[in-house]
Design a protein around this ligand. Structure first.
Ligand SMILES: CC(C)(COP(=O)(O)OP(=O)(O)OC[C@H]1O[C@@H](n2cnc3c(N)ncnc32)[C@H](O)[C@@H]1OP(=O)(O)O)[C@@H](O)C(=O)NCCC(=O)NCCS
Length: 393
């Protein structure tokens, strides 16, 4: 017989601690680490699943933003999804995630993004492939010498100042998928307990052109690594200046490593393909509230069109059915009804929304139904551009 589960926030600090203990066991972390994580995020961002009185697992929400089409979309990150080993394989995680999606939909959250250890689980509740995250690496000796035109100057490591620096760069307006980080992610970037970080601005205080935050360490084989934790650059000149700065570390630093997408602006700024991808993973996105997601996202300027959607979402009733997306001057409006020219399950809509795959590709794979003309229009509206993130959560 199917088990009955309940979903709720923790009712007490003891319940939060019980959730932290399951997460610690599930992710081979210490209970102290998970407790600190949950305490920092706030217990109101923790959700638990239980059977009877027994707490079986939980997850955390990280409310933040993610940039698509040059606009910030309200995004709730989901992390630390964990079920106690003795309770696995009986649908507890599917119930937990399904409940979380419904709760986010009731709150009107536009989208949700997560890193899946188990893709099947998240597909079942409507998440689709959203973009890429990988670890890039280059030997410092391979960075060509170039003249730098921009100065770098040390900047304070205060998270709020870095957040401000990020906003000034309008970073996400350039690259699809970039995060407007949750304060916890900023704190983690500069947390001295995780190593000494260095931060530099690019250009000048009066006319900032970007920034970089990095750590230096020695790996097991004795190689010295400079790890870029976060960066932004307003132009190709600014990126070239960053490379010159990294190259100037070559007498002591063996390798430079950073996180980026499969199509990565730092790697692409090098004249030769000397940087390599050490690992690659795909994050997944869920369109939680169709209207909020499609109106908060930006669209190409100069395109005025109507797209008639027929959305299939078995989990969130308000997303199910026909909608017309009207795009004008880079903005989208949603109205119920229409012809339903594009038949799209909610997970495939996420993959279109982020711009990871074109409608033509999804159509060829049988993941959406549309005429070739409607597929062409869909791709033009969602402007496919290899979305990526540099943060893992
Ligand atoms: C991953 C985890 C949360 C799954 O919990 P669970 O309660 O066993 O999952 P469910 O029983 O609800 O399974 C839901 C679906 O995912 C599938 N699934 C679960 N674990 C899986 C795994 N390790 N590999 C592949 N598929 C898996 C199930 O088969 C099921 O699909 P089905 O209905 O088609 O059979 C649990 O194993 C866990 O806590 N692992 C350690 C922490 C972790 O990796 N968390 C995920 C972080 S993103």
């Amino acid at each position: 017989m199917a088990r009955t589960y309940r979903y709720s926030p923790p009712a007490s600090p003891e319940e939060a601690a019980a959730g932290a203990a399951i997460m610690a066991q599930s992710f081979a972390a210490t209970v102290e680490q998970e407790k600190t994580y949950i305490d920092t995020l706030g217990h109101d961002n923790l959700r638990l699943v239980r059977h009877g009185d027994e707490i079986l697992g939980g997850l955390v929400f990280l409310p933040m933003g993610q940039w698509f089409g040059g606009q910030r979309v309200a995004m709730s990150g989901v992390g630390s999804v964990a079920i106690a080993p003795q309770a696995r394989g009986q649908g507890a995680a599917r119930f937990l995630m399904g409940s979380a999606v419904q709760e986010m939909a009731q709150a009107g959250v536009a989208i949700s993004t997560l890193y899946p250890a188990v893709q099947r689980l998240y597909h079942q509740v409507g998440y689709g492939p959203g973009g890429t995250y990988g670890l890039w690496d280059i030997a410092t000796a391979q960075i060509p010498e170039q003249r730098s035109s921009l100065e770098l100057y040390p900047i304070a490591l205060a998270p709020h100042q870095l957040l401000e620096a990020d906003r000034q760069q309008a970073w996400g307006q350039t690259y699809a998928g970039g995060l407007d980080r949750h304060p916890f992610l900023w704190q983690r970037l500069v947390n001295p307990a995780e190593g000494v970080s260095f931060a530099y601005g690019l250009g000048s205080d009066q006319s900032p052109q970007g920034y970089v935050i990095y750590r230096q360490n020695r790996d097991r084989s004795g190689q010295t690594i400079l790890t870029i934790q976060a960066w932004a650059a307003a132009s190709q000149t600014a990126i070239a200046s960053l490379w010159t700065f990294f190259a100037q570390h070559r007498s002591q630093i063996d390798r430079i490593q950073w996180s980026g997408g499969v199509v990565d602006p730092l790697a692409m700024a090098l004249p030769e393909q000397r940087a390599s991808l050490r690992s690659l993973t795909q994050w997944m996105t869920r369109i939680v509230t169709v209207e909020a997601a499609l109106t908060q996202r930006g669209y190409p300027h100069g395109v005025a069109a109507e797209l008639h959607l027929d959305i299939q979402d078995p989990l969130v009733a308000t997303n199910q059915g026909r909608f017309v997306l009207t795009v004008e001057e880079g903005q989208g409006q949603i109205t119920p009804g229409g012809r339903g020219d594009l038949v799209v399950p909610i997970d495939a809509l996420a993959t279109l929304f982020t711009g990871l795959r074109s409608a033509q590709t999804l159509r060829a794979l049988g993941l959406i139904e549309a005429t070739p003309e409607v597929a062409t229009l869909t791709t033009a509206l969602f402007a496919v551009d290899s979305p990526w993130m540099a943060d893992f959560f």
